[in-house]
Design a protein around this ligand. Structure first.
Ligand SMILES: Nc1ncnc2c1ncn2[C@@H]1O[C@H](COP(=O)(O)OP(=O)(O)OP(=O)(O)O)[C@@H](O)[C@H]1O
Ligand SMILES: [Mg+2]
Length: 545
C-alpha cells in the first residue's frame, strides 16, 4: 500500500458526519420546515397555534417567537431559526414570524441556485449586496413621524395587534400601550428613550379583556401582611428591605440546656428583644411602609402593626427594583444600615382588590414614570396571550418613538425593496445577479403569504402592487386586508416601525448566510440519556403543522 492510501482516523467512533451538498440540503430543509411551521400565522387573517408541552400545559398563541420557543426542535439548523425569532423578539419585539418566513424563503431560493450549480459562496456574496441595498431602500422610503402624536403611535400599535387573538379589543389595547409608553418616555441628550421595563404588567383572569386598564403607579400582587396594619397610607415613606425580619434559624442543630423556667423566659425575652430592635430601626428611619423581599415573622408583624406600619413581604426582586426606581428608594440588605435617605416616596400606598385578590398600589410616586397595565380576560389562556400581544404593542410604540420613522405594512415595503433589488441585479451582472434576483423574489413571500392566509389570490395581488410601485411615490401601496384590496397603507394606518422591518430582513439574511456557509456537519455521538447530538436525517420532529 502506498503511503497516500493509509487512512487517517480523526474522529471518534460513532461520530456522525455529513458533508458538502448533503449537509447543505439537510440544513436548508430543516430551516424551511421551521418557516413552514409559522407561515399560516402571518398577518391579520393568519391562524393561531395551540401548543401542548410534555406536562400537558397549553399555550394558544399567534406569536412567532413563542411558537418556535415552545416547540422542542432537535435539528441544529432548526434551533438556529428559533434563535432568529428570539433575537428579533428581544431587540425589536415584533416581526418574528416575518423574519423566520423570510429566512426560510431565502434558503429555498438559494437551494434552487445550488441545484443550478452555483456555489454557495457566490450566493452569500450576492445576498450580502442585496441586504445592504434593502436597508438603503427601507431608509429611503421611511416616513418621519411626530413622536408625540398619539394617533400615529396608536396606529403603529394597532397594526402590531391586528394579527393577534386579542385584536377584537385592539383600540383599547393600543390606546393603553401608547399611553403607557409615552408616560415612561424620557429625553436624554436630546434623544427620546422609552425603557419599557418601567411598565409593569399584571394579569388576572376574570371579567373580560374590555376591563384591561392602565394604572398610574406600581401594583404588587400581594396583601398587607397583618390585619392590624393600616390598609392605606398617605405621604408614604417606604423602606425597601432585602433581609429576613425574623430570628435566623441556625443551619446546624444546637442544643440549649435550660435548667430553670426563668432561664427559658429570659431566652424568649431575648428573641423578642431582637425582633423589637429590628422593628425599632425601621421606625427610627422614618418609614411608615415596609416592603420586604424576604419574610416577616408573626412577632415582627405584630410590632410593626402596633407602630402603624403597612408591610408587604416576599416581594419579587424585579418588583423591588421597579419600586426602587419609581419611589427613589434604595434596596437595603441589612436593616442596621437603613437610613432616612434610603426611603422611597409615594403620595399614596393602598390595598385594593382585583377580583377576590388583594393587591397593593403605590401611586403618586416620586418618579411619575411608573405605570402598571392590568390585564383582565375570560381565562388564563386569554390573559397570557394578551400579555404577549401587549408586549409587542409596547415594543413597536417604543421603536417608533425612539427612531421617529415608520414604513408601510401589508407587503408594501417588501415589494418596493424587491423592485429596487431587481434594478441592482441588472447592473451587477454575472452569477451574483442571479442571487440578488433570488433575494428580491424572497422579499415578496411576505405579501404573498399575507394574501394566501386571507384566501386571496396572491399572484393577482402581487402583480397589482408591483404595477402601483412602478410609478414613483407609490411605495406605500400594499395589501389592505381590511378592505381585501391594494390600497395606500399610510393613509389606511397600516404602518410599522422602520426598526422592525429592517431588523427582520437583516436577521433573516444573516441566518440564511450562516446556514449556506456550512458544508460540513460533524456531530458527536449522543450520550445515553442526553440530547442526541447526531444529525437527524430528515425534518425536525413535530413539524407536521
Ligand atoms: N390590516 C392589515 N392589512 C394587511 N397587512 C397587515 C394588516 N395588519 C398587519 N399587517 C401585516 O401583518 C404582518 C405582521 O403579521 P404578524 O404580526 O402575524 O407577524 P410578525 O409581526 O412578523 O411576527 P410576530 O407578531 O409573531 O412577532 C406585517 O407584514 C403587517 O404589515
Ligand atoms: Mg406582529
Amino acid at each position: 500500500m502506498s503511503q497516500q492510501n493509509i487512512p487517517v482516523i480523526l474522529l471518534k467512533e460513532g461520530t456522525n458526519r455529513t458533508r458538502g451538498k448533503e449537509a447543505q440540503k439537510n440544513n436548508i430543509r430543516a430551516a424551511m420546515a421551521m418557516a413552514e411551521a409559522v407561515k399560516s400565522t402571518l398577518g391579520p387573517k393568519g391562524s393561531d397555534k395551540m401548543l401542548i408541552d410534555g406536562l400537558g400545559d397549553v399555550v394558544i398563541t399567534n406569536d412567532g417567537a413563542t411558537i418556535l420557543d415552545e416547540i422542542d426542535v432537535e435539528h441544529p439548523a432548526a434551533k438556529l431559526m428559533a434563535q432568529v425569532a428570539k433575537t428579533q423578539d428581544d431587540q425589536v419585539g415584533d416581526g418574528t414570524t416575518s423574519a423566520v418566513i423570510l429566512a426560510g424563503q431565502l434558503l429555498k431560493n438559494a437551494d434552487d441556485l445550488i441545484e443550478l450549480g452555483i456555489h454557495p459562496s457566490i450566493i452569500v456574496s450576492g445576498y450580502k449586496k442585496a441586504l445592504a441595498k434593502a436597508s438603503e431602500v427601507l431608509k429611503s422610503i421611511a416616513i418621519d413621524i411626530d413622536t408625540a402624536d398619539k394617533k400615529i403611535l396608536g396606529k403603529v400599535a394597532s397594526t402590531a395587534l391586528n394579527s393577534k387573538i386579542v385584536s377584537a379589543e385592539k383600540s383599547l389595547m393600543s390606546k393603553i400601550s401608547t399611553d403607557a409608553v409615552l408616560q415612561i418616555t424620557e429625553e436624554r441628550d436630546g434623544k427620546k428613550i422609552a425603557d419599557i421595563d418601567w411598565i409593569k404588567i399584571v394579569q388576572k383572569a376574570g371579567k373580560s379583556l374590555k376591563d384591561t386598564s392602565l394604572i398610574n403607579g406600581v401594583v404588587l400582587d400581594k396583601e398587607v401582611v397583618h390585619p392590624g396594619m393600616p390598609k392605606s397610607i398617605s405621604g408614604a415613606k417606604i423602606a425597601l428591605i432585602d433581609e429576613n425580619i425574623e430570628i435566623q434559624k441556625t443551619e446546624f442543630s444546637a442544643e440549649i440546656k435550660i435548667e430553670e423556667t426563668s432561664q427559658m423566659q429570659a431566652f424568649l425575652d431575648r428573641e423578642q428583644e431582637m425582633i423589637e430592635e429590628m422593628v425599632e430601626l425601621i421606625i427610627k428611619s422614618g418609614a411608615n411602609v415596609l416592603v420586604c423581599q424576604k419574610g416577616i415573622d408573626d412577632l415582627a408583624q405584630h410590632f410593626l402593626a402596633k407602630q402603624g406600619v403597612l408591610a408587604v413581604r416576599r416581594v419579587k426582586k424585579s418588583d423591588m427594583e421597579k419600586l426602587s426606581r419609581a419611589t427613589g428608594g434604595s434596596i437595603v440588605s441589612t436593616i442596621k444600615d437603613l437610613k432616612k435617605e434610603d426611603l422611597g416616596i409615594a403620595g399614596k400606598v393602598e390595598q385594593f382588590k382585583i377580583g377576590d385578590d388583594d393587591n397593593v398600589l403605590f401611586s403618586e410616586a416620586k418618579n411619575p414614570r411608573s405605570v402598571t397595565i392590568l390585564i383582565r380576560g375570560g381565562s388564563k389562556y386569554i390573559t397570557d396571550e394578551a400579555e404577549r400581544s401587549i408586549h409587542d404593542a409596547l415594543c413597536v410604540v417604543r421603536d417608533a418613538i425612539e427612531d421617529g420613522q415608520i414604513v408601510a405594512g401589508g407587503g408594501a415595503s417588501e415589494v418596493e425593496i424587491a423592485m429596487e433589488l431587481r434594478h441592482l441585479a441588472e447592473s451587477t451582472g454575472g452569477r451574483e445577479q442571479l442571487a440578488i434576483e433570488k433575494f428580491a423574489d424572497a422579499m415578496e413571500v411576505i405579501p404573498k403569504t399575507l394574501a394566501e392566509n386571507a384566501g386571496i389570490d396572491a399572484i393577482d395581488i402581487l402583480t397589482e402592487i408591483r404595477t402601483k410601485h412602478s410609478t414613483k411615490g407609490n411605495s406605500v401601496f400594499g395589501l389592505d386586508l381590511f378592505k381585501g384590496k391594494v390600497n395606500d397603507l399610510e393613509k389606511a394606518g397600516i404602518i410599522e416601525p422602520l426598526r422592525v422591518k429592517s431588523q427582520a430582513i437583516r436577521s433573516a439574511a444573516e441566518a440564511a448566510e450562516l446556514i449556506l456557509r456550512i458544508d460540513d456537519v460533524i456531530a458527536a455521538k449522543s450520550k445515553p440519556g442526553g440530547m442526541p447530538g447526531g444529525m437527524p436525517g430528515g425534518m425536525p420532529p413535530g413539524m407536521g403543522m
